[in-house]
Write a protein that binds this ligand. Structure first.
Ligand SMILES: [Zn+2]
Length: 86
């Protein structure tokens, strides 16, 4: 359960500690979010996959919240699917 909390915490920490100007715009970022959320929900590191998106999420609260929600949904779905052994 606590496995992937670190990554979100890192992002949250990034939001409060830094503001960067050279971000992706929200549209470009949004196009990646679905796919990235899926990978992150599977345990991949967002920073490895798409550092630019990480940067954008760090300075754009709207996209960050959307991403966070997507990951939460996907993890919930995975939780259901993986629970096959009963
Ligand atoms: Zn954005």
């Amino acid at each position: 359960m606590a496995l992937h909390e670190d990554e979100l915490r890192k992002l949250i920490n990034c939001i409060v500690t830094s503001h960067q100007d050279d971000c992706l715009d929200c549209e470009s970022c949004g196009q990646q979010l679905d796919c990235l959320a899926e990978l992150v929900a599977q345990g991949r590191s967002l920073d490895d996959l798409m550092p630019e998106v990480t940067t954008h999420l760090c300075c754009c609260r709207d996209c960050f919240e959307e991403f966070e929600a997507l990951v939460a949904i996907l993890r919930a779905e995975q939780g259901g699917q993986l629970d096959i052994s009963g």
